[in-house]
Design a protein around this ligand. Structure first.
Ligand code: SF4
Ligand code: SF4
Length: 152
């Protein structure tokens, strides 16, 4: 059985763009042009906003959650008449999911690469060899330490 946590919306309220959950009046304008909702029966930004508002969001931040079907296209951001910003709510849920160790492997490994190398892709001999073949300089190294500070 799902347990409601009425305090959950307070977790999202300090997150930039995600704090206007209670403005949502469930009109479904965000669903109308959502490519993820059109392609996946179990994905619905209106329902995600509602679940976050009433605090039954555990299933949204669990492993293999539907939230990862969001393409981050921002159509719902443009369509919502209430400024609720469903995509920002979903982004905040993604961060909570990753912090709990429930993010998809491909997302967490990209995050780890950015934190360690300042790049989405790990440096490799194969990449350097190909760059040499193409007459390119060595791949530039991003200031990982500075990036980490900014991200923190
Ligand atoms: S988030 Fe906005 S567009 Fe979506 S149901 Fe709520 S008020 Fe309507
Ligand atoms: S950002 Fe996500 S939820 Fe919003 S319309 Fe695009 S796919 Fe749908």
């Amino acid at each position: 059985m799902l347990k409601a946590d009425p305090g959950f919306k307070k977790t999202l309220s300090p997150v930039e763009g995600a704090g206007k959950l209670s403005y949502c009046y469930q009109c479904s304008a965000c669903v109308a042009e959502c490519p993820a909702a059109h392609n996946f029966n179990d994905f619905n930004p209106r329902e995600i906003v509602l679940a976050s508002l009433i605090g039954v969001a555990d299933y949204l931040t669990a492993k293999d959650s539907v939230i990862w079907q969001c393409t981050t296209c921002y159509k719902c951001y443009e369509r919502c008449p209430q400024g609720t910003h469903p995509v920002e709510v979903i982004n905040a849920l993604k961060n909570i999911s990753c912090a709990a160790g429930n993010g998809p492997e491909e997302v967490t490994s990209s995050r780890d690469n950015v934190l360690a190398n300042g790049s989405l892709i790990s440096p490799s001999e194969a990449i350097e060899k190909r760059r040499q073949e193409l007459g390119l300089d060595k791949a530039p190294v991003a200031p990982a330490g500075e990036l980490k500070k900014i991200l923190e």
